[in-house]
Design a protein around this ligand. Sequence first.
Ligand code: UGA
Length: 457
Amino acid sequence: MDVAVIGCGYVGLVTATCLASIGHTVRGVEKDQRKLAKLREGHCPIFEPGLASLMQEQIAAGNLSFGDSVREAIQEAEVVFLAVGTPPKPDGTVDMSFLEAAGREVCDALADAPPDYLITIVIKSTVPAGTNRKLYYYLRQHSTIEFQVVSNPEFLKEGSAVNDFLEPDRIVIGGESPEAFRVMRRLYDPLITSEDVFLTMNWESAELTKYAANAMLAARISFMNEMSILCDAYGADIEDIRKGIGSDSRIGPAFLRAGVGFGGSCFPKDVAALQHISASVGHENLFVGAIQRINGEQKRRFVERISAKLGRPLKDATIAVWGLAFKADTDDIRESPAIDVIRYLLEGEARVRAHDYKAMENMKQIFGDQVEWVNDPVACAAGADAVAVLTDWPQYNTLPFRKVSATMNQPVIFDGRNCLQRDVMRENGFQYYPIGRPALESPLRLRNGYRVAAAEK
Ligand code: UGA
């Protein structure tokens, strides 16, 4: 089928590339000229495993192309995806201006289309309930052509986006006509391994499904983070609890990892938006309020723990931060817990050094020379009073910990992702503080520090 994708940001680019890879002819529209030039040369502007090679392959095969004109892109299109950003406004409500502008542009471009031309307009962006209906009535007022509007929220995760798209748990289609469902069924046919995967519903249900999914996942994380406080207080282990409840098939094991809090461009934004969506119908959503509050406090609590267990004042201590991205396998730092943690450390007048495998350049935009940026995690830790692990990059697990321990001022690690191995920590003489798990508190071996190890007294 001929497909246009308007907006080649994260979701748009993955959608365009993956639809091309299953046999459609896809034209992507990107207004940012620098980004467009990159895309046309086959350079993927974001870090996403597997995306660049698939994109290059599809451009070379002639299935995928990019331009800046909506009019040109939709000339032959049967399906037009709107995949522009719907960022949060400062008050937490959703900024719909990009989507409205894209809708208007599509509408203008369709003004000259023959009246029997049927086009399916799909909102891929995450939008508040009622948006698809509004778009439908807006287009009906301003256009003479045959069209249908479909809500098709995206559930892909950064870092595994290509796989998530090509092997979906489910494809949610919100629409108001059997023809709309038929078109979308045809579009996604190669990905539909069983009929349970293809879920059709009305516009509002599809729109709310997206918010409900993200809020539910965020709730699981916040719930476990709150449980981790009890684990610390009672000497229980959150990992055992995770296994203990995750093995119940009604609960399942995913998204139950406690840590320093969730981040990213989706969970914080969508949870905040759900609160506003609730408020706009006069309902105070207590549940999502709690999710947010626990997540905010988790980061502050992490720094308070560092301060309490460091064995010296935080002021003038050197803290090495390992991991800046909001999760591994991405350079994305949007709403990353590392931002708040570094801010609190700086407020406590600690000296902060930081390392990440992909996200250092992005974080430099926020903290500039308030933080020392170090390209190698071992060098970052050398001379530090503690390491704070904030992203679960798997590479951190295989570092030469004997060397890390020997070169730190005091071998102390606060593991905000519970991603390091306890045995390795013990063998290398670390004081180790995971989240919601028993700490390893061996006597400190300090170089220039405040405490003296028992054996050296
Ligand atoms: C999330 C959803 O998982 C996707 O299904 C959804 O499509 C996407 O938002 C979106 O709305 O676009 P993403 O933001 O890429 O995907 O990242 P996740 O893998 O969900 O992780 C979000 C945050 O939760 C990260 O900071 C991660 O470290 C944290 N997390 C995740 C935990 O703290 N514990 C867990 O058990 C899992």
